[in-house]
Design a protein around this ligand. Structure first.
Ligand code: SF4
Ligand code: SF4
Ligand code: FES
Length: 259
């Protein structure tokens, strides 16, 4: 069934919102009728509902500019930033359904506990630069190598990619898989032209790179349009294969051990 998209009109209209309310013990969807004016985003409507109908509705936000990564939620079943989802993109002939992310424990209403992500980040080996190339303490790098990692640095840690990934969301492999956000973070370190650390063993063993089956769902939801799968995950998988399964590399390692 197709739904009519909202028209970018100058008219004020009423829109039904269905918002998840509750905490980790119990909850349910509640309906609210909001007044939508031109230019509003979903976060504006949530704030309006808070102000006028449900003062105790919990949501997390900071910048309202798509940069802090705080307002992540699921809108009509899709992980999105509430502050970057325009009301005129959404169908008008059905309720706008807003619910919390599913891959993390719920705190209240639209707010989830994303602290697992910060714990994962702490376990990734940090940047370890090589010695400076010049006596004045500076390095020389190819521009192409510098450019390669810039894309990964756009991440705002909204964790929408973690939320959509079936390995975390459906299979709950939080103990064994670091998720697409931290594969992007690791790729930024591994591909950095100055870095000398080796994270491939961790990626293969404790960080679960093998669980990713390249579905590309993470890439599709990233609000920063980072090409997570093609530019970060696949090159990391290739590096692991080269290191552990390439017969020439294996022979070279055996030879190195003997000498
Ligand atoms: S491509 Fe990999 S990391 Fe991304 S959502 Fe799919 S399984 Fe998860
Ligand atoms: S990679 Fe994209 S979706 Fe994932 S946390 Fe960063 S900005 Fe959000
Ligand atoms: S409020 Fe900062 S990204 Fe939405």
């Amino acid at each position: 069934m197709s739904h009519a998209p909202a028209k970018a009109s100058s008219e004020t209209r009423k829109q039904l919102f269905r918002v998840w309310r509750g905490d980790k013990t119990a909850g349910t969807f509640k309906d609210y009728t909001a007044t939508v004016t031109p230019g509003m985003v979903v976060l504006d409507v949530i704030h309006q509902i808070q102000a006028e109908q449900a003062n105790d509705l919990a949501c997390r936000w900071n910048c309202k500019a798509g940069k802090c990564g705080s307002c992540s939620a699921e809108i009509n079943g899709k992980p999105r930033l509430m502050c970057m989802t325009r009301m005129d993109e959404l169908p008008t002939d059905m309720p706008v359904v807003v619910e919390p992310m599913k891959a993390f424990p719920l705190i209240k209403d639209l707010v989830t506990d994303v602290s697992w992500n910060y714990d994962v980040k702490k376990k990734i080996k940090p940047f370890k630069p090589r010695k400076p190339d010049a006596p004045d303490g500076t390095w020389r790098m190819d521009q192409a190598d510098v450019d390669r990692v810039q894309e990964f640095r756009k991440c705002i840690e909204c964790f929408l990619c973690q939320d959509v990934c079936h390995v975390l969301r459906d299979h709950h492999k939080h103990e064994e898989f670091i998720g697409p956000r931290f594969l992007v973070y690791t790729a930024a370190l591994e591909m950095h032209p100055l870095d000398t650390e080796d994270r491939l063993a961790d990626l293969r063993k404790s960080q679960g790179l093998g669980y990713c089956n390249i579905t590309k769902c993470c890439t599709k939801v990233c609000p920063e349009h980072i090409t997570i799968t093609d530019n970060a995950i696949i090159p990391l998988k290739e590096r692991v294969v080269d290191e552990y399964f390439d017969p020439v590399t294996k022979l070279f390692k055996m030879f190195k051990k003997k000498t």
